[in-house]
Design a protein around this ligand. Structure first.
Ligand SMILES: Cc1cc2nc3c(=O)[nH]c(=O)nc-3n(C[C@H](O)[C@H](O)[C@H](O)COP(=O)(O)OP(=O)(O)OC[C@H]3O[C@@H](n4cnc5c(N)ncnc54)[C@H](O)[C@@H]3O)c2cc1C
Length: 387
């Protein structure tokens, strides 16, 4: 199936495809069994400069726009690889870039661009607050020349493979702010110094290979300069990065959908049962064709969201719609692909079951489908808030 963007960023797509050829299904299957980190793959992407795509050239990055980053991630997934191990290295730095001090940017961005420092952990979700982010309970209070942080995070992905983590914590109690979105602040935590000194990382084994963790924080001391931007405005900072994240994840879903459709079509043409290729049966053909159509439509939405973002807008409606449609297209394609493969869909060596598990995540994270629908219902369509 051709790249959804077809003419958009063809050289980038071609180069990423070539890199991915070095990491075939067998590579991912071996890691999947052990739940191991794709170190060689992440190194190859880093060395090729792809993870620094969005960092401005002044800081040593490629200075590309969001649509180029979308092309990179889409191709990785269309090739059967998985960017979840490192995609956040591309965009987590956006909060630092937009709201960090000149000193923070000068110190960290060139290191991140060079791949010497990884900033790919993002501690927002907590076990008790879940989707209700502003109910988070991790606190940071100022004591002299330090911040003292205590609390717990969950699903902080890649923390074991990251030098730095962006952390959202409450700096003013909920009762003392007018709106719950106020009083939250963002901190840049140096995990190399923090681990074992008030911060503990524990891996969570999940149904796919995702390097996710929970983080326990008890009396962690941070220097004053760990604060990013102004105290109390962290929720706004995090939100502005979320639209970029949703568009990029949507591009990954388009890549997954392309992989599933290609795989399903190839198998449907080749597998002969009752003396005819199974793809000759409309019961097999139509779900694949429908998933293809859904993927094409979702890809247009991803492109539109990326275009608006690159033009300087913060396109909440489009970013959320793109994420919703792309995740649904990927899931429809996953379902059609697995069904087309019959029993072989469950066999490891076909990679279908692995990709099936991997693509299911995007109905839940980084934002669940219901919460996107609530956003569209309330903020775009003006209906009453449902919760
Ligand atoms: C593998 C993985 C990696 C992740 N990585 C990160 C990370 O790096 N950093 C980070 O901060 N977080 C991360 N997350 C967390 C992710 O963002 C959350 O899991 C997600 O936002 C949903 O929150 P929750 O799991 O607490 O579900 P809950 O908020 O408990 O929701 C459970 C279900 O109820 C539904 N629901 C809740 N409220 C409503 C409502 N009002 N109306 C309708 N339905 C509702 C939800 O849609 C969902 O289906 C990750 C999660 C996973 C599984």
């Amino acid at each position: 199936m051709p790249a959804m963007g077809e003419c958009d960023h063809p050289e980038i797509r071609e180069a990423v495809r070539r890199l991915c050829e070095r990491f075939p299904g067998a590579y991912w299957r071996a890691l999947d069994r052990e739940r191991a980190y794709p170190t060689e793959f992440v190194r190859a992407l880093t060395e090729a400069g792809w993870l620094a795509a969005l960092i401005p050239e002044t800081y040593g990055g490629a200075g590309l726009g969001l649509s180029a980053a979308c092309a990179i991630l889409e191709e990785i997934h269309a090739a059967g690889c998985n960017a979840a191990a490192c995609h956040a290295q591309m965009y987590t730095m956006g909060t630092l870039l937009r709201y960090g001090s000149a000193e923070q940017k000068r110190r960290w961005l060139p290191e991140i661009a060079a791949g010497r420092i990884r900033l790919q952990a993002f501690g927002v979700t907590e076990p008790t607050s879940g989707s209700d982010t502003t109910a988070l309970r991790t606190t940071a209070r100022r004591e002299g020349d330090r911040w003292i942080v205590s609390g717990q995070k969950i699903w902080t992905s890649r923390a074991e493979h990251s030098d730095l983590m962006l952390l959202l914590a409450r700096t003013t109690p909920k009762e003392q702010v007018q709106r719950r979105t106020e009083g939250l602040s963002v901190f840049l935590v140096d995990l190399r110094e923090a681990e074992g000194r008030g911060l503990e990382i524990r891996p969570i084994r999940t149904m796919m290979n995702h390097a996710t963790t929970e983080i326990f924080i008890d009396g962690l001391e941070l220097p004053l300069e760990a604060l990013v931007g102004e105290e109390g405005r962290g929720f706004r900072y995090i939100l502005s990065g979320m639209n970029a994240e949703r568009i990029l994840i949507a591009a990954e879903c388009i890549g997954d959908a392309r992989w599933f459709v290609d795989k399903a079509v190839a198998y449907a043409k080749e597998r002969v049962v009752f003396g005819r290729p199974i793809g000759q049966n409309q019961g097999i053909q139509f779900p694949i064709a429908r998933a293809y159509a859904q993927t094409r439509a979702a890809a247009l939405m991803v492109r539109e969201a990326a275009r608006l973002y690159e033009g300087g807008a913060d396109p909440g409606a489009e970013a959320n719609t793109a994420k919703l449609l792309a995740a649904d297209a990927a899931w429809a394609a996953a379902e059609a692909c697995l069904q087309t493969h019959g029993g072989f869909g469950f066999a490891e060596e076909y990679d279908v079951e692995r990709k099936f598990r991997e693509s299911r995540l995007y109905q839940v994270a980084p934002i669940s489908t219901n919460l996107i629908l609530s956003y569209l219902g309330e903020h775009v369509l003006g209906m009453p808030r449902s919760y």
